[in-house]
Design a protein. Structure first.
Length: 178
């Protein structure tokens, strides 16, 4: 295992915000896999979904994952659906400590409902749709070494919790329960 920190979790749980701040605090490079897909394709994530569909996006995402796991000294914010492919999960787990960010579905709804860059919510941004997607992915996020609920915590608090976890020796495949 190398020294990367990988953040996974459903959309709207704070992976990008926490990841950026965590990378800055730890002096690590920050990598957002969605941004890497955008660089590779020359299209936004929403445009890839609209033009080619989810299957193509997931293929591009898998290619990005193969590349980013070769990096060291990084904080990697993985897209919310990265767990849909087992090989992505295995690669990310080999790249470093995996931390899953979670949040209450109603809070996720509040965080994402005003944004138009969530392709899986393009037609329906309702709480019901978010709960449906969470049910579909039930169990898929249960691959992390550590779990953090972002529902009521600030980015600063979450970053500090991650740093404390790492300082206590976390990430040695301890599989703390969500």
């Amino acid at each position: 295992m190398n020294d990367n920190i990988v953040l996974i979790g459903f959309m709207g749980t704070g992976k990008t915000a926490v990841g950026r701040r965590l990378a800055k605090e730890l002096g690590k490079k920050f990598i957002d896999t969605d941004k890497e897909v955008e660089k590779a394709t020359g299209l936004t994530v929403a445009q890839v979904f609209a033009k080619y569909g989810e299957t193509r996006f997931r293929s591009e995402e898998a290619l990005v994952i193969r590349k980013v796991v070769e990096e060291t000294n990084c904080v990697i914010a993985a897209g919310g659906g990265v767990v849909l492919r087992r090989e992505n999960v295995e690669l990310l787990r080999s790249a470093g400590v995996v931390i899953c960010l979670t949040a209450d579905p109603a809070v996720i709804h509040e965080r994402v409902k005003r944004r138009n860059n969530r392709p899986l919510l393009k037609k329906d941004k309702s709480l019901k749709r978010i709960e449906e997607l969470l049910r579909e992915r039930n169990g898929l996020y249960q691959v992390a070494d550590y779990y953090l609920d972002t529902t009521h915590a600030s980015v600063e608090e979450l970053v500090q919790q991650i740093i404390d976890y790492l300082r206590q020796g976390g990430g040695q495949n301890d599989q703390s329960t969500p």
